[in-house]
Design a protein around this ligand. Structure first.
Ligand code: IMP
Length: 432
């Protein structure tokens, strides 16, 4: 049985959680492969709202193992709160498995993320201030603390001591922030060790064994393709690889084990944080889309910037991920608009019109969207039981996206509930 990657095809917040939730019902394992508490997804099930940051949404299905792979970064305090919240509401967390190779977001990483953003002022990246960048920087600098370090008190003390010697100089002298005390951090880490220990396993081996015995495995990306540190809109990106290629390294399986790559994109676009955004809506429609789509961050509560659908960026995401199909979410949000601009090309400085995503940052920063305007449908979508029953103009919108991308749109999202994700080819055709 192959593994399926579910990947954000825009700047994050595409509604991946709901798609994973839908497919997880028929999966044995759901694995996160990168990112950390910067991610956030909200699941509404049986009238209860769950806000998760680390733990995949598969946790709501008894019998589904939920894996945090080596490519993830874990804030132990946030992770423990999530475990506690789920347990308090009667959801067992016994099925959570964490790679010992995953790096820990330590208190200094959070402090440095905040201090560095403050210092950058108007040049800030607009991070979630969850310590993500500093944690990955230390991972690659080989001075990070891994989950498995919690299992050996002596090693842990040594590593924290070494890290703090440097981080306190940075915090105090460079950023004028408060220093952290070794004994305070160690005192907190005792609880982290107790709570994480039962969940730590060799997750690479676990996933491999599951695939060998024919289990259905979902690999869930956090953030989105345009936030990828290598291929996204650098420096306004996160510090990991959300793209499908990151799934193999982040979980520790070979790329040949992945068969399906399902991209998730909104029927429009949102972005949080700074950075260029060619199709950002100007005028009152900005606030209309934000309100209709409830476009406020799950993790930070920040207002999301809203834009019309950008097919140049989506074509790029289809290419770098090798998308085999696409889920187009939140189509219902567009029901209020009589006309729907869709960006099919960019006009670059100098006048060149291109349908390919510019490889050079300056071209992208100055790219102007070339729109084709599609007719709206001006009626609610909640009555449609399947994608074939959508209003004609809504169907046309979906078909237009499909034709422009050359990628099958297999799912269409028309509302907040689980049932409002409509399959275009029947549920049996879905991966996972
Ligand atoms: P960081 O990941 O906190 O370092 O933030 C870097 C950039 O990625 C910022 O623009 C964030 O707003 C953005 N970002 C990080 N996580 C998410 C997410 O889950 N959804 C949307 N944007 C995100």
């Amino acid at each position: 049985m192959p593994a399926t990657v579910i990947v954000g095809a825009q700047w994050g917040d595409e509604g991946k959680g709901k798609i994973v939730d839908l497919l997880a019902e028929h999966s044995d394992l759901v694995c996160r492969y990168q990112g950390g508490p910067n991610a956030g997804h909200t699941i509404i099930a049986a009238g209860e709202t769950y806000k998760l940051h680390h733990i995949p949404s598969g946790i709501l299905y008894p019998g589904t193992l939920c894996v945090l792979g080596a490519g993830c970064v874990i804030d132990p305090d946030v992770f423990i709160l999530e475990l506690d919240d789920l347990e308090a509401r009667g959801v067992s967390t016994d099925a959570v498995r964490v790679s010992g190779n995953a790096h820990l977001v330590m208190p200094w990483h959070v402090a440095l993320d905040k201090a560095s953003e403050r210092r950058l002022g108007s040049l800030q990246i607009g991070t979630t201030r969850r310590g993500i960048g500093p944690t990955y920087a230390d991972k690659y600098g080989r001075i990070g603390i891994r989950a498995q370090d919690l299992l050996d008190e002596k090693i842990l003390r040594q590593k924290i001591e070494i890290a703090l010697a440097e981080k306190n100089v940075l915090l105090e002298r460079v950023y004028g922030a408060e220093r952290l005390e070794l004994e305070d951090v160690l005192a907190r880490s005792g609880n982290w060790a107790t709570r994480l220990r039962p969940h730590l396993v060799d997750t690479s081996l676990l996933v491999d064994q599951a695939l060998r015995r024919g289990a259905r495995v979902l690999l869930e990306g956090a953030q989105g393709s345009l936030l990828d540190v290598d291929h996204g809109t650098y420096p306004f990106v996160t510090s990991s690889n959300p793209i499908a290629g990151g799934a193999a390294t982040g979980v520790g399986i070979g790329p040949t084990r992945i068969d399906e790559v399902l991209g998730v994109a909104k029927a429009y676009v949102t972005r949080v944080g700074e950075g260029p955004f060619p199709t950002e809506i100007e005028g009152p429609d900005q606030a209309r889309v934000r309100t209709l789509g409830s476009e406020f961050g799950t993790t930070t509560g920040r207002e999301r910037r809203c834009g019309w659908l950008d097919l140049v960026a989506l074509r790029f995401a289809a290419r770098i991920n090798g998308l085999t199909s696409l889920a187009l979410t939140k189509l219902d949000v567009l029901s209020a608009f009589a006309e729907l601009p869709v960006c099919t090309a960019y006009r670059l400085p100098g006048g060149l019109v291109t349908s390919e995503f510019p490889a050079h940052q300056s071209e992208f920063h100055h790219a102007e969207p070339v729109y084709e305007t599609l007719p709206g449908w001006l009626e609610p979508l909640d009555g449609a039981a399947d994608a074939g029953a959508l209003p004609a103009h809504a169907r046309r919108y979906v078909e237009f996206v499909e034709a422009e991308l050359g990628v099958d749109v297999s799912l269409v999202g028309t509302g907040a509930q689980r049932e409002s994700v409509l399959s275009r080819h029947g549920l049996a055709a879905l991966p996972g």
